[in-house]
Ligand binder design. Structure first.
Ligand SMILES: Nc1ncnc2c1ncn2[C@@H]1O[C@H](COP(=O)(O)OP(=O)(O)O)[C@@H](O)[C@H]1O
Ligand SMILES: [Mg+2]
Length: 485
């Protein structure tokens, strides 16, 4: 490889056919004499446009048919010409410069074009700067050079992470990998599981219990997730009514009165609540508004009057305190039901965190736009973060996450996108330069992701996510595969 051009942070390198280079690879441009070097990343690969190459290609064209005869090449230049025709131009971005083994952010130093040696640079060396303690190591997968990539779990702490990519590229898989790795390191996790696919995390591929089996608690509303009104704080109930069910302010005030009335009588229950609304002296519109919400609450099946059936989310979270995941199964629930359940879970989380019963919680939210109101997003990433709710959003529609939320993300895991609109969205929103993101993400094979942010020491790295020995669930239901088997 030879250094060809440098313009700002862009470097062009000529690579010959016998050299293996792929998009996303890191190279080092070394100047032996000065002992300095540039660390660059390949973001695109093109043909080298050498003068006269078009002529040469046209001259050699023979209609794709084989012409009988012998090629005369008395000076043996044929091989050389082919070699040059296949030479590639690597479009690279400068990521850092290296002076006496210390990586510093890029500077304006220009390496010598004649003396500089260009060779591959192992990714481990980039990450070595983060002083990783063995105890906090987490195996993410493999780099493009087929070397294992371990990162520090602490880089996921206290922050906001986003996993995005088109359908079927491995986003949920990545999120499961992060979940299990964090559980292994003793972190409490709450998963808002839209497709009911995290239930298999406690089982291996054959369906037998694995090392996590005692640490995954799947809660399904209506089945093993039901609460009595007495368990619920008024604040959480009001949040459900106002945020999830759009109850107007005046009706909410009336509801508050009904609630304290029932509480004083020690009669907080769904049936009593229904009766109380029916007999409450108030404006007819208010009563209607309350009644319609009451029936929606009933149909969500989250509430029960039977305290023997009631589950304690608090106990489940307590168990997860030393490493465990509470999976809220939102599959087969109506949209409004999901809103109610999520509002309840978040309300409960904040309650436990503010009273310091829990230190912090990592929240994994799949396709959050389907159950979180727009105004909630900012709340989750700012206010809730202070309480200790550290969120990971997973979505295949990157434009459902607003740009200001991307800008607050500490880590981004980008899987393949081919759609121009999606590429545009993520390239505008991510931490690395738009050119790198678009060019690399467009060509990512399935199960590969471009990791950006603290987790990779701010060097964009392509990683093939490792396999998991867990039972896959929530696969797309198909018609034909069923009939063929
Ligand atoms: N790194 C991986 N190694 C092996 N299989 C994977 C990997 N990532 C995803 N898969 C498999 O590919 C399928 C789709 O992955 P999934 O994570 O559900 O995609 P997405 O959530 O992006 O739609 C699943 O069956 C999953 O088990
Ligand atoms: Mg998924």
């Amino acid at each position: 490889m030879r250094l060809y051009r440098k313009e700002g942070l862009n470097v062009q390198i000529i690579s010959f056919p016998n050299e293996e280079v792929a998009k996303g690879n890191y190279l080092v441009v070394e100047d032996r004499e000065t002992g300095r070097s540039l660390i660059v990343q390949v973001v695109d690969i093109q043909y080298a446009n050498i003068p006269g190459i078009l002529e040469e290609l046209l001259r050699n064209y023979n209609g794709d048919s084989y012409i009988k005869g012998e090629d005369l090449d008395p000076f043996e230049v044929g091989n050389h010409i082919e070699f040059i025709q296949d030479a590639r131009l690597l479009i690279c971005k400068i990521r850092a410069s290296n002076s006496d083994g210390v990586l510093v952010s890029a500077n304006s130093w220009l390496p010598s074009r004649s003396r500089a040696i260009v060779k591959p640079f192992p990714i481990e060396k980039l990450l070595i700067q983060v002083k990783m303690h063995e105890v906090y190591s987490m195996h993410l997968g493999e780099t493009m050079e087929k070397k294992g990539l371990c990162v520090d779990v602490r880089t996921l702490d206290g922050g906001l992470n986003i996993i995005t990519g088109k359908k079927g590229t491995g986003k949920s898989h990545m999120s499961k990998l992060l979940t299990l790795s964090m559980v292994k390191h003793g972190a409490p996790i709450v998963v808002l599981d839209l497709n009911g696919e995290y239930a298999g995390l406690g089982k291996d591929v054959d369906g037998k219990p694995n090392e996590f089996s005692g640490k995954i608690h799947v809660l399904t509303p209506g089945k093993n997730l039901q609460v009595t009104l007495a368990q619920l704080k008024l604040g959480v109930m009001l949040k459900i009514l106002v945020n999830a069910l759009n109850l107007p302010g005046t009706s909410a005030r009336e509801f508050r009165r009904i609630w304290s009335f029932l509480q004083q009588k020690d009669g907080l229950s769904m049936s009593n609540l229904g009766e109380a609304i029916k007999n409450w002296k108030c404006n007819q519109h208010v009563r209607d508004a309350l009644f319609s919400r009451y029936y929606t609450l009933l149909s969500s099946r989250l509430f029960t009057d039977n305290s023997a059936q009631a589950t304690s989310l608090r106990d489940a979270l307590y168990k997860a305190r030393v490493g465990g995941a509470v999976v809220i199964n939102l599959r087969d629930i109506s949209t409004i039901g999901r809103h109610i359940v999520v509002e309840y879970v978040l309300g409960k989380l904040v309650e436990l965190l503010t009273s310091w019963k829990l230190r912090a919680v990592f929240l994994f939210a799949e396709e959050a736009h389907l159950y979180l109101r727009e105004t909630y997003w900012d709340d989750i990433v700012t206010r809730m973060r202070h309480f200790g709710v550290f969120t990971t959003f997973i979505t295949n529609q990157p434009d459902t996450i607003r740009e200001n939320i991307y800008s607050q993300a500490d880590n981004l895991f980008l899987f393949n996108f081919t759609n121009e609109h999606d590429l545009e969205t993520i390239s505008r929103a991510s931490k690395a330069d738009a050119e790198t993101v678009k060019s690399v993400v467009r060509d990512l094979p399935p199960f590969h992701c471009l990791a950006l942010g603290k987790v990779v020491n701010d060097f964009p790295v392509v990683v093939r996510v490792r396999q998991l020995d867990v039972l896959a669930m929530g696969q797309t239901r198909l018609f034909f595969s069923e009939r063929n088997s």
